[in-house]
Design a protein around this ligand. Structure first.
Ligand SMILES: [Zn+2]
Length: 398
């Protein structure tokens, strides 16, 4: 895949400027209808989820007090993993979007909520709500696209260092919350020069992140293990496991939202003077859903409805399932592809893309069992042969 503007078959070529604005108006109508109907049932929903999450975390931590007994360790670790996932996905992410601000409950509000995650809520809200949701899938603008460490589009020049990107992606998945904190701080950019390192805003933000990480680590790796007494080590291991499980899960879900094959990416200059209709269209083309059961939707924080979430990031997540058929109908009527597939398929597709783009353009598609030895030799020449050989061999491939 390449950025949409350079595709030989542009998937939106059949739409007129007027069509695009009508699509925007239809989506605005759906949004307004949901906003007008918000009420007691919705409020009950989020309060119930928060209540269940707290009880589950408390129960799991209680089981871990005696986690030197293996069954207690298993029950406590599974429970804590699920509790941490719920806390980040269906509760934290959505409250911090302001989805529940209409309730005017100061305790469940985007301005007061803090979450179980390395990145402080205030910083994450800036990089997620303001940057990722505004510049969705715009290469060079949307940090979520490859987290600044991966090659995410064929248009980006291939370099041998990208061969390691499947490994980086896996490491990033295991320690995802720290990866997010690092890129919320724009570490790569801000550590690059002395002037940027000395910037008071950057220094204050970095201090906040370190404080948050220290608090999180103290809670999971000191206070709770100490409370467990003789079960100190098993409790510490359980907390570490639950954090890694939560990180792997949230990384997978988020990768499914914008990275499966077929989801479009955009050029920086393409968003100059973008209209509301065009903004909606970019969200439609740049997002993908995960199909599945109600439990799956809750565990993904309803990011399984990534398309609906990106169209209406401030609508409460419990409403996405209900409007999904109407949104899909808009896609169908305007000849657009509504990407949706089960979790295992979207995860496989996203990983396929990570691996495909870690290799020179076309290399994976051209490789068959028969020509594999020759292809490996070609890859080795491109890896070790320097710039010129690389340029020459990629020209042959093109
Ligand atoms: Zn979001």
């Amino acid at each position: 895949m390449t950025v949409i503007q350079k595709k030989s078959e542009n998937p939106i070529a059949h739409l007129s400027a007027e069509d695009i604005e009508i699509i925007g108006k239809e989506l605005d109508t759906i949004r307004q209808e949901v906003r007008d109907s918000l009420g007691e049932d919705d409020a009950k929903y989020i309060r119930r989820v928060i209540d269940v999450q707290r009880k589950l975390e408390l129960g799991s931590r209680a089981a871990l007090l005696v986690s030197m007994f293996p069954p207690a360790w298993v029950v406590g670790t599974v429970g804590l993993s699920v509790a941490k996932i719920l806390e980040n996905m269906e509760i934290g992410h959505n409250i911090l979007h302001g989805q529940w601000d209409w309730m005017r409950d100061p305790k469940i509000h985007s301005t007061t909520w803090e979450w179980d995650m390395a990145s402080p809520a205030e910083q994450w809200k800036h990089s997620h709500n303001e940057l990722h949701h505004t510049y969705t899938n715009v290469i060079g603008k949307d940090n979520d696209l490859g987290y600044g460490i991966m090659r995410v589009d064929e248009d980006q020049k291939w370099h041998p260092m990208y061969l390691a990107q499947p490994l980086w992606n896996f490491i990033n998945a295991c320690f995802f919350e720290y990866g997010i904190a690092a890129y919320d701080l724009e570490l790569g950019k801000n550590l690059a020069t002395k002037k940027r390192r000395a910037n008071p805003k950057f220094r204050a933000d970095a201090k906040n992140v370190l404080k948050k990480i220290r608090n999180q680590a103290t809670k999971d790796y000191l206070v709770h293990p100490v409370l467990s007494g003789p079960s100190f080590l098993p409790t510490l291991a359980a907390n570490f496991t639950a954090n890694v499980v939560r990180n792997l899960w949230s990384h997978s879900v988020i990768m499914c939202g914008h990275f499966p094959e077929g989801v479009e990416t955009f050029e920086k200059k393409s968003i100059d003077g973008e209209t509301r209709g065009e903004w909606y269209l970019r969200q439609m083309l740049g997002s993908a859903n995960i199909s599945g059961s109600k439990a799956m939707h809750i565990m993904t924080g309803n990011l399984s409805h990534q398309v609906e979430h990106h169209l209406f990031p401030d609508l409460p997540s419990n409403r996405y399932a209900e409007i999904a058929p109407r949104v899909k109908d808009v896609f169908d009527r305007y000849g657009l592809t509504y990407h949706s597939a089960p979790l295992y398929k979207q995860v496989a597709s996203a990983w396929h893309k990570v691996i495909r783009l870690s290799l020179p353009n076309g290399w994976l598609a051209e490789t068959t069992p028969k020509n594999a030895p020759a292809q490996v030799v070609k890859l080795a020449r491109m890896t070790f042969g320097g710039k010129q050989v690389r340029r020459q061999l990629s020209r042959v491939a093109a």
